[in-house]
Design a protein around this ligand. Sequence first.
Ligand code: HEM
Ligand code: HEM
Ligand code: SF4
Ligand code: SF4
Length: 394
Amino acid sequence: MPKKYDTPLLDELEKGPFPSFVTEIKKAAAKNDMAADELGQLEKSYRDRRGYWKHGGIVGVRGYGGGVIGRYSSLPEQFPNVANFHTVRINSTSAFFYTSKFINEMCDIWDKYGSGLTNMHGSTGDLVLLGTNTENLEPIFAEFSSRGWDLGGSGSALRTPSCCVGPARCEWSNIDTLDINYSITQEWQDEMHRPAFPYKFKFKTAGCAVDCIASIARADCSIIGTWKGKIAVDQNEVAAYAKNGMNIQEEIVNMCPSKCMSYADGKLSIKDEDCIRCMHCIAKMTKALKPTGEKGATILIGSKAPFVIGATLSWVIVPFMKMEPPYDEFKDLIRKMWEFWDEHGKNRERIGELIIRKGMREFLEFIGVEPQPQQVKEPRRDPFFFWTEADLQK
Ligand code: HEM
Ligand code: HEM
Ligand code: SF4
Ligand code: SF4
C-alpha cells in the first residue's frame, strides 16, 4: 500500500468548478508509491512555500541524448520514491491520433514502471510520462521501442514536431499538415534524438491562418497553409447568413484587416488582390466563402518567449511555397537556416534571436532568399531590416 499523506492545502485545489490535477494525482497515489510521494512532497512545498525539486541533471537512455528530462528531489530521505522522478517524452503522432490499443498498452507500461501520471499533451506537443526513476528508464524505452514508438525531443535539439488536425478532419486545410509533420519527423530523427543545436528548434504546421496549433507563437519555424487564387463567394449563402441575423457590414466587412471587402445591395464583393488571407471572413462564413486556386504554405521563422526581449511571433520568410512530398525545397531551406545558426548562433540563442542580432539582411543573403515586401510590415521603417548601399541607390 502506498503511503497516505494528509494534504489539506492541496485539497483546496479540488474545490473549484474545474478539473483538478490534485484529484488525478490522488487517484494515481492510491496504487502507486511514486505518485504518493509526489503528492506528499507537493503538499510540503505548499506548506513551506518553496520548491523541493533540485535542478535537473543529465539522464537518458543508451544512444539518445534527449527525450528524458532528469528530475531529483532535494528531500530524498523523506520522499524516497521520488528521489529521482524523471519526465519521459514520447514522440506523439501527427495531430494526436491514437488507437485505444496504443493508449491501453502505453498506460500499462507506465503503471508498471512509472508514476502512472501522464500529460496528454505537453506544451511542446509530446505525450509526456511524468515521473520514473533512473533504473526504469531502459526497460521503459525497450518496451516502447519494441512497439515502434520513439522518444520525443528535449534539450538543444529539434523538438517533437506537431501540427493541427488538418485534412483529417478540417475542410480548411490548404496543405497535408499530417504528412508534412510525419515527413519532418522521419527526416530529422537524428536532430531530435542527439542534441547538437545551439538551443531548441520547433516546427509547427497549421493548415490555414486560423492556426489552431498557434504555430505563429510557438514554433521557431511555423508552416501555415495558404492559397493563391480568389475567395469564391456563394451569394445565396451570404444572403442566408444575413437572414439569420449576421451583421455582415460590422462582423465581416469592417473586420477585414486589409479593407478589401464591400457589401452593397445584399452582395458581398472582395478585391482579392488586396486580401492578406487572414481567414477571418472565411472562418465566420464557412458556408459562403471558400479559397480557390493553388495551395501551398507560408514559411515563417523565429517565434519564442525568452525573458530578455519578451515574446516574439514568427515572421514571414517565404510568402508562398508549394508543399508536396518529399518537400525538398522546404527541407533545403531549413538546412540552410540551420547552417547559419550553427555558424553564428551563441549557446542558448534561438534562431529568431540570432536573426535579430545579425540582421535580417545577412540572414536572407545566407539562406539565399530574396527580400520581399511580405517579409516585414514596413520594410523601410523596420529596425531589423538593414539595407545595403546598393539597395539605397534603387
Ligand atoms: C527542478 C524541477 C523542475 C524544473 C526546473 C522544471 C522545468 C521545466 C521546463 C523548463 C520545462 C519545459 C517547458 C516547455 O518547454 O514548455 C518543463 C516541462 C514540464 N515539466 Fe517540469 N520542471 C521541474 C519539475 C517538474 C515536476 C516535478 C513535474 C511533475 C510532477 C514536471 C512536469 C512537467 C511537465 C508536465 C512539463 C511539460 C512537458 C512538455 O511539454 O513536454 N516538472 N519543466
Ligand atoms: C492555481 C494554480 C495553477 C494555475 C492557475 C495554473 C495555470 C497554468 C496555465 C495557464 C498553464 C499553461 C497551459 C497551456 O500551456 O495551455 C499551466 C501549465 C502547466 N502547469 Fe499549471 N497552474 C497552476 C498550478 C500548477 C501546479 C500546482 C502544477 C504542478 C504540480 C502545475 C503544473 C503545470 C505544468 C507542468 C504545466 C505545463 C503543462 C504542459 O506543458 O502542458 N500547475 N498552468
Ligand atoms: S489551422 Fe486551419 S486547417 Fe488547421 S484545424 Fe485549424 S482551421 Fe483547420
Ligand atoms: S481573408 Fe482576411 S483579408 Fe482576406 S478578405 Fe477575408 S477578412 Fe479580408
